[in-house]
Ligand binder design. Structure first.
Ligand code: FPP
Length: 224
């Protein structure tokens, strides 16, 4: 049985869920946040050490302003009301991506990271304004600037995922089979699961089913 330390998730399908249920796309995001809470709880039960959630990509800025504002209000509200409880549960929050939001949100994110820095039950890596291509280019630029040799060890120390082991499994909900500029380097040997359900319909039972499938896979890492 494979051990499972790190699960990464592309939480896709919120907008479609809202429209399918005769509501707004934003109602889908709100429902999606409830699922985030359930998956955090379940990850602790499953003794997972790292949970990386793709919440906002560098490409998501192309969405209508109203939707972007709604997403960031949701996040602000989440940080304001839920961070103490996450802290009590010994959860560490880390943001991967460039923190270039409103002053208020930047501050809330920094405070949340600082408050939970020493926690060690579960580390949630929230990918916000994250893009793997940007991360790679930025790392290569740093290598060039510091005249360092181009090798794996030197490169990954400039990644936003520095000190985080690569994901063992990736789950993408929403019936779409693509990586959408998410952790392109780090997913090199991850087991990938594409789930038909839209994110707000995904539940703990689905999560546990995928985890037990993952545990039975023979992982070769290039060997036979
Ligand atoms: C993708 O669905 C989802 C997002 C871009 C946002 C994810 C956000 C949440 C799950 C809720 C907020 C989370 C936190 C932690 C505050 P989509 O809108 O692209 O769906 P679609 O493919 O149906 O359009």
């Amino acid at each position: 049985m494979n051990s499972l330390d790190h699960v990464a998730i592309i939480m896709d399908g919120n907008g479609r869920w809202g429209l399918k249920n005769n509501k707004s796309r934003n109602a889908g995001h709100k429902a999606g946040l409830k699922v985030v809470e359930k998956i955090i709880k379940s990850s602790i039960k499953q003794k997972i050490k790292y949970l990386t959630l793709y919440a906002f990509s560098t490409e998501n800025w192309k969405r209508p302003k109203k939707e972007i504002n709604f997403l960031f209000d949701l996040l602000e509200n989440f940080l304001t009301h839920r961070i103490d409880d996450l802290h009590k549960q010994n959860i560490k929050l880390k943001i991967i991506g460039v923190k270039s939001f409103s002053l208020k949100l930047n501050r809330l994110l920094r405070l949340a990271e600082k408050k939970t820095l020493k926690n060690n039950k579960l580390q949630i890596n929230l990918a916000l304004n994250y893009g793997a291509k940007f991360e790679l280019i930025n790392a290569f630029k740093n290598l060039a600037k510091n005249k360092e040799n181009i090798n794996e060890k030197n490169l990954v120390k400039y990644f936003q995922t520095k000190n985080i082991p690569d994901p063992d499994m990736l789950i993408r909900t929403g019936n779409t089979k693509r990586l959408s500029n998410f952790l392109l380097w780090q997913l090199a040997y991850s087991e990938i699961f594409f789930e038909k359900k839209l994110w707000p319909d995904f539940n703990e039972h689905d999560y546990i089913k995928l985890i037990s499938k993952f545990k039975k896979i023979k992982r070769n890492f290039g060997k036979i």
